[in-house]
Design a protein around this ligand. Structure first.
Ligand SMILES: [Zn+2]
Length: 445
C-alpha cells in the first residue's frame, strides 16, 4: 500500500466526521435564539464565599423571558435550582450551567467561582482570604473551652495534621458575639519558654500540642470581636510577662490580693495593667490616686494601650537603659466603686525596682533586644458549631478583624500589634496556604 495515497475508505470517514461536526455547530447556533443573563450586571462569576448568582434567559429578538430546566455539570463546585436558575457556589472552580428548553433549544454558559472556603478536613476549612481557618466542634466542647475546662491539645493536634510547624502563636477565637458565661475575655496558655531573664524557667511542651518546637503559646479569645476590640494585645503580652515583679491588686471587696501575671497597683502602666505614676496625685502619706485614664483598671480590654517600656524590654524590643524604675504599692485598700471612678486607694508601703534590680534577680534577658525575635507568625482558628455556623457575611468580618490586627500600618480605633510595639515588631497571619503540609483539595485562586 502506498502511504502517500490513503485508501478511499479513510477519506470517506474523514468527510463524514467533518459533516457531523458541522451539524453540531449548526445545532449550537440554532439554540442561540435566546441568551443567558444574570442579575449581577451580566457578570458570570461568583467571588463571595458561599455566594449565589441568579441566572435567567431571554429571547434575543423580543427580550421575553425564556423558561426551561437549569442544570450544572459539577455538583461539587456549585448547585443550581432547576426551576429558578439560582446558582449556589460551594468551592472554587469552573462550572458549565445549562438551560434546556427543548431538544433543539438549549444553551450553556461557563461560570467562574473563586474565593470559596477551602476544605482541609471534615471539620476544618481555610478562609477564602487565607488568613484564618474555621473549625466546627461540638457545642459541649465549645462551652467547655469557653469555661477554660478543655484540653486544648485536642484542637491543636488536628491542626498540625494539616499545617506545618510555622506558627509562634495559635489564636483560638470562639464564634460568639458575647459570652456572659465565660469567666475571662482571653487566656494565654504558655507552651514553651526559651528566653532567659523574663522570670520563667526554660521549658518546652511543644510536642504535647503537636508542634515540633516553634509554638510559643495558645491564646483563646472568647468572643468574635476580641482580636481588635478585646484582649489580643494583652494576651500576647502574657507570653513574656509579668513574671518578674511581685505585684498586688484588689479583690472584689477592695482588699489586697497577690497578682501573679499582671502589673497590679504599680507604675508599670502597660497592657498588663498598672497606671501612670503622677506624684501630684499623692494625696496624703498613704493615700494615692492612680491615673489610669488611658489604661482602664489594670487591663486593656479594648486594645487601647501601647506596650510600656518594661513590657517592650521583656519582649526583647528595647534595651534595659530605656526602662524607668517601677513603683509597686502594697498593703493596699480601696473602695472598689470609688477606685473605678477616681483611682483613689491607700497603701502602707511602696517599693521601687530598677531594671538592674530585676536583672539581679532574674538575670539578663537572653537573647537581648539586639538579636531577639521581631517578626512573629500566628494562626487564627475560629471555633464554631453546627448549630451556630459562620454565616456568609461573617467570613468577611473575620478576614477584616485579623487583617487589622496584624497590619503593619496604623489602625484608627484600636491599636494593632505593630502600633502597640511602637513599630518595632510585626505579626503575620496570612498566606496560610503556604503553611499547608499538603495541597488542599481545590486551589484557592
Ligand atoms: Zn491577663
Amino acid at each position: 500500500m502506498n502511504r502517500n495515497n490513503p485508501p478511499l475508505f479513510f477519506l470517506y470517514i474523514f468527510n463524514l466526521l467533518l459533516i457531523l461536526s458541522c451539524s453540531i455547530e449548526n445545532k449550537s447556533s440554532f439554540s442561540s435564539s435566546f441568551k443567558i443573563i444574570t442579575d449581577e450586571g451580566n457578570s458570570f462569576s461568583i467571588d463571595e464565599p458561599l455566594g449565589t448568582l441568579k441566572l435567567s434567559a431571554i429571547d434575543k429578538i423580543n427580550s421575553k423571558s425564556v423558561k426551561g430546566t437549569w442544570s450544572v455539570n459539577d455538583l461539587s463546585i456549585a448547585e443550581i435550582n432547576s426551576k429558578t436558575g439560582l446558582l449556589k457556589a460551594k468551592r472554587n472552580g469552573k462550572v458549565k450551567v445549562s438551560l434546556f428548553v427543548s431538544p433543539s433549544s438549549r444553551m450553556s454558559k461557563e461560570i467562574v467561582i473563586s474565593h470559596q472556603l477551602i476544605p482541609i478536613a471534615n471539620n476544618i476549612v481555610l478562609h477564602p482570604h487565607l488568613n484564618a481557618v474555621s473549625m466546627t466542634i461540638d457545642r459541649a466542647d465549645l462551652e467547655a473551652i469557653n469555661k477554660g475546662e478543655f484540653d486544648l491539645r485536642k484542637l491543636t493536634h488536628p491542626i498540625y495534621n494539616f499545617f506545618e510547624d510555622d506558627f509562634d502563636f495559635i489564636f483560638l477565637i470562639s464564634h460568639n458575639y458575647g459570652c456572659p458565661e465565660c469567666p475571662y475575655a482571653g487566656r494565654n496558655t504558655l507552651v514553651k519558654n526559651d528566653i532567659k531573664g523574663i522570670g520563667k524557667p526554660l521549658y518546652n511542651s511543644c510536642k504535647k500540642f503537636g508542634s515540633q518546637g516553634k509554638l510559643q503559646s495558645i491564646i483563646h479569645i472568647t468572643q468574635s470581636r476580641g482580636m481588635t476590640n478585646g484582649t489580643a494585645l494583652h494576651e500576647l503580652m502574657h507570653r513574656w510577662g509579668n513574671y518578674v515583679l511581685p505585684s498586688y491588686s484588689f479583690d472584689s471587696q477592695g482588699g489586697q490580693k497577690r497578682d501573679y501575671s499582671h502589673w497590679g497597683v504599680s507604675s508599670a502602666n502597660g497592657v498588663l495593667g498598672g497606671f501612670e505614676l503622677n506624684k501630684k496625685d499623692t494625696m496624703t502619706m498613704n493615700a494615692f490616686k492612680a491615673n489610669f485614664s488611658k489604661n482602664p483598671y489594670f487591663s486593656t480590654n479594648h486594645n487601647h494601650t501601647k506596650y510600656s517600656p518594661i513590657e517592650l524590654y521583656l519582649m526583647g524590643m528595647i534595651p534595659k537603659d530605656e526602662v524607668p524604675p517601677l513603683t509597686v504599692y502594697s498593703g493596699i485598700k480601696c473602695n472598689p466603686e470609688v477606685f473605678k471612678k477616681t483611682g483613689l486607694f491607700s497603701s502602707d508601703s511602696t517599693s521601687t525596682y530598677t531594671i538592674n534590680d530585676i536583672i539581679r534577680r532574674h538575670g539578663e534577658r537572653i537573647p537581648s533586644y539586639h538579636s531577639s525575635q521581631k517578626t512573629f507568625k500566628a494562626l487564627a482558628v475560629i471555633l464554631s458549631t453546627t448549630s451556630n455556623p459562620i454565616r456568609k457575611n461573617e467570613w468577611a468580618f473575620y478576614t477584616e478583624e485579623i487583617s487589622k490586627f496584624c497590619a503593619s500600618e496604623n489602625n484608627e480605633n484600636h491599636l494593632n500589634f505593630y502600633q502597640a510595639t511602637g513599630k518595632r515588631a510585626e505579626l503575620t497571619m496570612g498566606e496560610l496556604d503556604k503553611s499547608l503540609r499538603k495541597a488542599p483539595e481545590v486551589s484557592s485562586r
